[in-house]
Design a protein around this ligand. Structure first.
Ligand SMILES: NC(=O)c1ccc[n+]([C@@H]2O[C@H](COP(=O)([O-])OP(=O)(O)OC[C@H]3O[C@@H](n4cnc5c(N)ncnc54)[C@H](OP(=O)(O)O)[C@@H]3O)[C@@H](O)[C@H]2O)c1
Length: 227
């Protein structure tokens, strides 16, 4: 089996690539010679990517992106995500608007992105979709707290597994990945600390993956996570 770095160059699109893990991913993909594309909501990120403006909660923007993408897309990484309602207890916090926002980005946004880019993926020889979820969505690891984020990640995992079943006959592999946890947190505050802490190996692991009946939740090092 060839190592990721010796695989032929591919075209990849990463959502939410302006900072954090998405930015590290487009940088890693570009560094190994792939045509790296990223989405941004407002200004382009600092990475070496080709930028496309799209909010993953805006189905019209995603449809426009999909229609404009007339070439093959080898790898789609659904990375855009939010983590509202970090604190709180079952009897306090976790307002309804935070639930709606998290599900709009972390679940519906993933589906709308995949749906819009399916024609471009179908043009590729060995297309892959990576859904960046989290081990926090695993039923087997439920220590309590972070209700909104955990529930949205569990839903994204379920979505990925069902997409894997539907898209396998079309030759499209779907992987659900939990990135390596760095000494950083979601959001702009952690931007400086997280630089250099993302291991791009999940992208390599995906490139070696074959379409399978069910999507797997995998850790950053490729080990399956129970769920
Ligand atoms: N950090 C961790 O330790 C960790 C652990 C497990 C899983 N994850 C997952 O990994 C992914 C990236 O995490 P991160 O720590 O890099 O997050 P981050 O630093 O907060 O960056 C999130 C990215 O998503 C974009 N985004 C947010 N809402 C969006 C929307 N509605 N439409 C399009 N883009 C949107 C942001 O764009 P703007 O710049 O426009 O806000 C930003 O580029 C997330 O899905 C997260 O749940 C992270």
């Amino acid at each position: 089996m060839r190592s990721p770095s010796t695989l032929p160059a591919q075209t990849a699109l990463v959502t939410g690539a302006t900072r954090g893990i998405g930015l590290a991913l487009v940088q890693a993909l570009a560094a190994r010679g792939d045509a790296a594309h990223g989405t941004c909501r407002t200004a382009p990120g600092p990475g070496p990517a080709t930028w496309h403006r799209a909010d993953v909660t805006d189905s019209a923007a995603l449809q426009n992106l999909g229609q404009a993408w007339t070439s093959p897309l080898d790898l789609l990484v659904c990375n855009a995500g939010i983590y509202p309602g970090r604190g709180g207890t079952p009897d306090r916090g976790f307002p309804a608007e935070d639930w709606a926002a998290a599900f709009a980005v972390n679940v519906t946004g993933v589906f709308l992105t995949v749906q819009a880019l399916l024609p471009a993926l179908a043009r590729a020889e060995r297309p892959h979709i990576a859904i960046i979820a989290s081990a926090m969505g695993s039923d087997a690891r439920a220590p309590g707290g972070s209700y909104i984020y955990r529930a949205s990640r569990a839903a994204a995992l379920n979505l990925g597994r069902n997409l894997a079943a539907d898209l396998a006959p079309h030759g499209i592999a779907v992987g659900i990945l939990s990135p390596r946890l760095g000494p950083h947190r979601h959001g702009r505050r952690g931007r400086r600390a997280r630089r250099g802490h993302f291991d791009p190996e999940p992208a390599g692991a995906l490139r070696r993956a074959r379409p399978c009946r069910y999507g797997l939740l995998r850790n950053h090092d490729g080990r399956p996570i129970p769920f």
